[in-house]
Ligand binder design. Structure first.
Ligand code: FAD
Ligand code: DHB
Length: 393
């Protein structure tokens, strides 16, 4: 078995693992990133697209924001559509001038992978982490099966950034860990289409037929989502049905047509909330989806993952600079406060925008909540500030 020694073993090359690696490398702290999949796979995986104000700044501070600033779309507002009418929330006006950046998650990943490859720091693709060990001893290890055989990475700390299906969160002993979970009775069907966005800003739509979200990636590529049954599969949704349903759910009296185009990517995602407490066990620190999942309605998944990394980086930096372990000891509690706020916001957005067939009471409450969010300055200010920069409230 090949053995490697490093200061921080990072499991997973998603946005969380890669950004942590980038920040630590810049401080001269050694890291090894282990990723189960290939470089092509992680760079092509289409997921989130909305970057909060403070998180865009973090990406820039890490030296990874050059292309995001050039190609990302800066938005100052968002639209809610219901009762066949549009209601604009002026995000920047309500949130002290802050804005969001629309830039695909896989573009963030591509930028971070390119920086790491250029720096020569180890990034081991096709390396499946199978177990973590000695987490409460003097040094820990991570075992992986790599393309050339088994590898053991010895380290001071393990950063578990391998998402909800990864190995890291399973290494928390069952008598220590608490797992809180909620599954929602809908999924999102997401498509990426070669079609110019019909509007300049994102549209969150609530229609009696279900949820719809109009987003984009560039002036020629749209990203759209439909709320569907959790039992639906992709073969039940041929292109024609997808476009027709989007058109029906987005229609207003003023703007009934949606621009169609070839579908480049499609997928169905279940909607869940998960929180794992604590986010630390000995030398293992969980960050991102490995520790928590939010339903995507608030666009918080990637932002929350990168916000954990900001806290973890500062704590590890202090440790390696000899400034003590107070930040490491506070890591889990510091992150969980924000995680629960993001869970609350994502739950609020989800349960305002997804009608439940046959439940007149639930639908009445949802519409009342939505009208309040769209029409009262107090409710739209809270929504705007949470959406643009969760840390600002
Ligand atoms: P991930 O991006 O999941 O990265 C984890 C990495 O670890 C992956 O590269 C994985 O291959 C690797 N890995 C897993 N197991 C192992 C192992 N054993 N060994 C080594 N490596 C391993 N959020 C939104 O806000 N909006 C959206 O529209 C949206 N859509 C989504 C669609 C899907 C299908 C999914 C799964 C998530 C979506 N999210 C969305 C959530 C958002 O993408 C995540 O919150 C974000 O990816 C979290 O980043 P992360 O780095 O923590 O985890
Ligand atoms: C996108 C995804 C989201 O979950 C969301 O709330 C808004 C936009 C997107 O992929 O563009």
């Amino acid at each position: 078995m090949e053995e490697i020694r490093t200061q921080v073993a990072i499991v997973g090359a998603g946005p969380a693992g890669l950004l942590l690696g980038q920040l630590l490398s810049r401080e001269g702290i050694d890291t090894v990133v282990l990723e189960q999949r290939s470089r092509e796979y992680v760079e092509r995986r289409v997921r989130a697209g909305v970057i909060e104000f403070g998180i865009a700044n973090l990406i820039e501070e890490a030296g990874a924001g050059e292309r995001m600033r050039r190609e990302g779309l800066v938005h100052h507002g968002v639209e809610f559509r219901f009762d066949r009418q549009s209601h604009r929330i002026p995000l920047s006006e309500l949130a002290d001038g802050r804005s969001i950046t629309v830039y695909g998650q896989q573009e963030v990943v591509k930028d971070l992978v390119a920086l790491r490859v250029k720096s020569g720091a180890p990034l081991l693709f096709d390396s499946d982490v199978t177990s973590l060990g000695d987490l409460t001893d003097n040094r820990a290890f991570v075992d992986a099966t790599g393309p050339a055989g088994p590898v053991r990475v010895w380290c001071d700390f393990v950063a578990g950034c391998d998402g909800s299906f990864g190995a890291s969160h399973r290494a928390l002993p069952s008598d220590v860990v608490r797992r809180h979970e909620r599954t929602y009775p809908f999924s999102w069907l997401g498509i990426l289409a070669e079609a110019p966005p019909a509007t300049e800003e994102l549209i969150y739509g609530r229609h009696e037929r279900g949820f719809v979200l109009y987003s984009m990636r560039s002036p020629t590529v749209s990203r759209l989502y439909l709320g569907v049954s959790p039992h639906d599969s992709l073969d039940q949704w041929p292109d024609e049905r997808i476009w027709e349903e989007i058109g029906l759910r987005l229609a207003t009296d003023e703007q009934p047509e949606v621009v169609r185009g070839p579908i480049l990517d499609r997928g169905i995602t279940a909607m869940r909330s998960i929180v794992i407490e604590p986010m630390r066990h000995g030398r293992l620190f969980l960050a991102g989806d490995a520790a928590h999942i939010v339903p995507p309605t608030g666009a918080k998944g990637m932002n929350l993952a990168l916000a954990d990394v900001r806290v973890l980086f500062a704590a590890m930096r202090a440790h390696f600079l000899g400034e003590g372990d107070a930040l490491l000891d506070a890591y889990s509690a510091t992150c969980l406060e924000r995680v629960w706020r993001a869970e609350e916001f994502s739950n609020y957005m989800t349960q305002m925008l997804h009608p439940v067939v046959g439940d007149g009471f639930e639908n009445g409450v949802q519409l009342a909540r939505l009208r309040q969010a769209a029409r009262t300055r107090e409710a739209s200010t809270v929504l705007a500030r949470n959406y643009v920069d969760l840390n600002s409230l």
